[in-house]
Design a protein around this ligand. Structure first.
Ligand SMILES: Nc1ncnc2c1ncn2[C@@H]1O[C@H](COP(=O)(O)OP(=O)(O)OP(=O)(O)O)[C@@H](O)[C@H]1O
Ligand SMILES: [Mg+2]
Length: 269
């Protein structure tokens, strides 16, 4: 069994792989990289009722992996570049040998993966961290589930300037309800629910658009969304609206948040 551990800026994800197949996943969160990695490994083994001897090798990746040296609890441990890991994990999740990936974590990276080459196309600092950061100031909450709950009751018309606010018909291929300017209206009556939705909407619109431009530049008509951001249902709605306008599909695979950890484990199989 090989364990892949992705020590991200916000959360740590671990997976166990046997004969090329994911058999277990765990997620954890700690304040330092070593506690995160050992905690994730311990949780995985205890929950699976396994001992250290079942682990052949550990492969770490993610920003926190730089703090991990040769071994964890005596188990041989290697490190792999995060972009490489996302590319390998993405190909595993979509079951294709060529894919454009938008990995939405704390920040966002866009990657093109092929069996012979994995390329970092670019990215944006706008990501999940932007949602929690802006929410702290605007709605006085950093609890992700609370932010989502508020957003479900939000109305973008109180915060965003829409095309219908500035024109009595659509503009180009944009219909009257499309965004003209994120946070461009900010009416005095806007409440926490509206801010929460507007933040999520803006973050996913930015990510969606850069991912579409990246995909089109590589002649791809589909984008695989990975990272914890892939699990955000409101975010998925935003990306699906972009998909209709630009004719590029977004895929939200199961285990999307484990893509990086899966790629790490697969890289040394
Ligand atoms: N239960 C949760 N706890 C914390 N963050 C969550 C949760 N659910 C969703 N999120 C969102 O996911 C983001 C973190 O995503 P993810 O774990 O994929 O990033 P990461 O791998 O730690 O970061 P990066 O890859 O950018 O270094 C948070 O910023 C937050 O917006
Ligand atoms: Mg990550």
């Amino acid at each position: 069994m090989i364990i892949g551990i992705d020590i991200g800026s916000t959360t740590t994800k671990a997976v166990a792989i046997k004969k090329g197949v994911v058999i277990r996943t765990v997620k954890t969160r700690a304040y330092d990289a070593i506690t995160s990695a050992t905690g994730a490994l311990g949780k995985m083994l205890v929950e699976s009722n396994l001992s250290f001897s079942a682990v052949e090798k550990i492969v770490v990746t993610g920003v926190g992996s730089l703090f991990i040296k040769d071994k964890i609890f005596g188990i041989p441990t290697e490190r792999i570049d995060e972009i490489e890991a996302i590319g390998l994990g993405g190909m595993y999740l979509c079951k294709r040998d060529s894919v454009v990936i938008a990995n939405i974590g704390t920040g966002t990276s866009i990657i093109e993966a092929n069996r012979d080459k994995i390329t970092h196309l670019g990215g944006t600092g706008v990501g999940g961290g932007t949602i929690t950061g802006l929410s702290k100031e605007l709605i006085h909450s950093t609890t992700f589930d609370h932010i989502l709950k508020l957003a479900q009751k939000g109305d973008l018309q109180h915060v965003d300037l829409l095309i219908e606010d500035i024109s009595d018909r659509g503009i180009s291929f944009l219909d009257p309800k499309a965004t003209a300017s994120n946070f461009g209206k900010m009416s005095d009556t806007a409440g926490k629910e509206d801010f929460a939705l507007a933040i999520i909407n803006m973050v996913f619109q930015v990510i969606g658009m850069i991912a579409v431009f990246a995909a089109k530049s590589r002649d791809a008509n589909s984008i695989l969304v990975t990272g914890n951001g892939s699990k955000n249902l409101l975010g998925q709605n935003v990306l699906n609206e972009i998909s209709k306008l630009y004719h590029v599909g977004f895929e939200f695979p199961e285990d999307a948040e484990y893509a990086t950890a899966i790629g790490a484990a697969l890289s040394k199989e």
